[in-house]
Design a protein around this ligand. Structure first.
Ligand code: 3NM
Ligand code: MG
Length: 520
């Protein structure tokens, strides 16, 4: 019998302990196949061979009925005894080479991997597919660290682009995160996950059929988006920068008309200034750092700022909850990775934020952006090689760096400094407005994030325009304040800065802008 052609799209991995009490495990398997599960693995860690074989035969009767392949976890003996289509082994089980020798060439063989090296070894050792995990925290396993889509992407990129090895992600995969995991983990080498492997999300679901149906829809949508990303399709057909700049005055008019509410989970050094700046510009701030009210707030606010400047566990919890809810409600998320490179807590939190939600706009200074680049596996050294020198950002080519990050995360990236840069991965601008006093008060970067968030709130489909408007409005207010005769230093500047945000006239976003388009 030749090796069956396997569709890995939605891969059910069973666990009797997590099976919903309303039905048997065998019933869960049948329901899930009716919902669209394409492959089943029987995973029983506590059964002796005889009971394992008995259960496996029952499951096999179902999978055969629907022509879905069945793989046996860890136990090659059981796989061969019942004539299953193959087996899955872990890193601590029998070796892949030995498993292949026992199974023969025509059985499906998969192995769990968690690093690029393990993935490459699985390929060399003759696996048909790899399980890549652990993606997210799960009841089934308690890893020290999870990969998230960013970690999965690194593993996919360590594999050759075109060969027969298939890949599935595992760990904490549910219908509500599948699309993002699959789309976001798509590798620059063109690799997109061939499927998602799911335990609790199916066997623990009240309705295993419905859960499987949703998983299949979400997997397909994620795969389509992932392919579009790696083929560059997502980045086509964007409006020319010149036309975008013409829309900026109207954005400020709309902001003041609508006064959108922005949820700030921010740091307590800058909270008062960012709240006042938001008001002065015409928006409305709500400073609410509790995870308990974040779901309710997500329904009434129009954008969210996540600022990691003074981290505590409860700030982190709130950011993760607020971000996920904002994504679900289609409200833009603005991430300000304050001091992200300074400590492992900040770096790890930045990684968790980028793994657990879609961030619409990232804003940071050169150091913070450099940390983000390293977290997401963006090779700034090689980007810098293509570059020309620029003004004090520390990068030889800051525009190329933010463009690469924007493409990789499918978001808008803002890098602040003497010159500010904004990119959406296709279009990149340099903004020369601003005043040196902005660098001499605390929180002026955080104020830029708040301003961007207010603009993003009223421009939910054009975050590039919102980011430019957000930076420019604050820079113009900075110039107006810094040039005032009554401003004699940072203290008087701070008050005048807020005043000038309120005094800013929409047309000044056009008449006073010093913005250059950068072609890379
Ligand atoms: N292997 P759930 S995580 C069986 O990381 C298994 O290799 C993992 O369960 C790995 O879908 C895992 O309930 C359990 O989160 C996944
Ligand atoms: Mg600047």
């Amino acid at each position: 019998m030749a090796k069956p052609v396997v569709d890995y799209s939605v891969y059910l991995v069973t666990d009797s302990d997590l099976n919903h009490p309303s039905r048997t495990l065998v019933q869960s398997v049948e329901d899930s196949i009716l919902g669209g599960v394409t492959l089943v693995q029987l995973r029983e860690k506590d059964l002796g061979n005889q009971s394992f074989i008995e259960l496996a035969r029952k499951v096999l009767a179902i999978t055969r009925k629907y022509n879905v392949p069945l793989l046996i976890n860890d136990n090659i003996f059981v796989a061969l005894a019942i004539g299953a289509e193959g087996a899955h082994v872990g890193q601590d089980d029998i070796s892949c080479v030995e498993a292949r020798r026992l199974l023969g060439p025509d059985k499906i063989l998969g192995i769990s991997t968690g690093t690029p090296e393990e993935a490459q070894k699985a390929l060399a050792d003759g696996a048909d597919y790899i399980g890549i995990g652990t993606c997210f925290m799960t009841q089934t396993k308690t890893p020290k660290r999870t990969l998230g889509p960013i970690g999965i992407r690194t593993i996919l990129e360590a594999l050759p682009a075109n060969n027969d090895l298939k890949t599935v992600a595992i760990g904490g995969i549910k219908d509500d995160n599948t699309r993002r995991v699959v789309a976001h983990s798509a590798g620059s080498n063109g690799r997109v996950l061939d499927g998602v492997a799911v335990v609790t999300g199916i066997v623990g679901a009240v309705d295993a059929k419905l859960a499987s149906e949703k998983l299949l829809v979400e997997y397909k949508a994620g795969r389509e988006e992932g392919l579009k990303r790696v083929q560059g399709e997502l980045f086509k057909g964007r409006t020319q920068v010149e036309s975008v700049l013409q829309t900026l005055p109207q954005l400020l008019v709309t902001l003041r008309e609508k006064s959108p509410l922005t949820h700030h989970i921010s740091n307590y050094v800058v909270m008062n200034d960012t709240a006042n700046a938001t008001l002065a510009l015409g928006g409305s701030p709500i400073m609410a750092p509790s995870a308990m009210e974040a779901p309710d707030l997500s329904k009434v606010v129009s954008s969210v700022v996540l600022n990691i400047g003074t981290l505590t566990d409860s700030f982190v919890d709130c950011m993760l909850v607020a971000g996920k809810h904002a994504n679900a409600q289609g409200k833009p998320v603005i991430f300000d990775p304050v001091g992200a490179g300074a400590t492992s807590l900040r770096r790890e939190t930045a990684r968790r934020i980028l793994n657990h939600m879609h961030v619409d706009i990232i804003k940071g200074n050169a150091g913070e952006i450099s940390t983000i680049a390293s977290i997401i596996g963006c090779d700034t050294e090689s980007i810098a090689m293509r570059g020309v020198d620029s003004l004090g950002s520390g990068f030889s080519n800051p525009a190329a760096v933010i463009e690469a990050i924007a493409r990789r995360e499918n978001c808008v990236v803002v890098m602040t400094g003497k010159t500010d840069y904004v990119s959406d991965g296709v279009r990149t601008v340099a903004i020369e407005n601003g005043h040196e006093y902005q660098g001499r008060i605390t929180g002026s970067g955080c104020i830029v994030a708040s301003s961007i968030a207010s603009f993003a709130a009223i421009s939910p489909n054009d975050h590039f325009a919102a980011a430019i408007a957000g930076v420019l409005a604050i820079n113009l207010a900075g110039e107006h304040a810094g040039n005032r005769d009554d401003v004699r230093g940072p203290g008087t500047f701070r008050a005048a800065f807020i005043d000038e945000m309120a005094n800013l006239k929409p047309e000044q976003l056009l008449t006073e802008a010093k913005i250059n388009t950068i072609s890379l």
